[in-house]
Design a protein around this ligand. Sequence first.
Ligand code: NI
Length: 138
Amino acid sequence: MSALVRFGVSLEKDLLQKFDLRLREKSYTNRSEAIRDLIREDLVKKEWQGGKEVTGSITLVYDHHKRQLLSYLMDIQHDFSGNIISTQHIHLDHFNCLEIVVVRGRPSDVELLFGKLKSAKGVKHASIAMSTTGKEVK
Ligand code: NI
């Protein structure tokens, strides 16, 4: 772990009050941890803009009764087997399935996979949580 450094920050009182309010809403107990997280988020965003390896998870909600869709989603996932670490399938109710696809690889490949899954007809909702391998973020 690298050495801890203290630094001062000047900002408008109103802005600080808004920041502190957000920290309470998010259950932060101090500003330092919140600022660390903001910096980490920015670093992860940069990783996704670059070509380095990233990780993340794709969440899909789709209609279980559309058999062709199931097979189409499987075909896409097989095409990207090198980027998929694991998948979890949850039967939400009689009609709906939720699938979590954990991914890693180059941002462009992961985004291509996400785009293909999201745009498949019958997918009701798709989202991606962009994360990191943790190597560049302390
Ligand atoms: Ni299901």
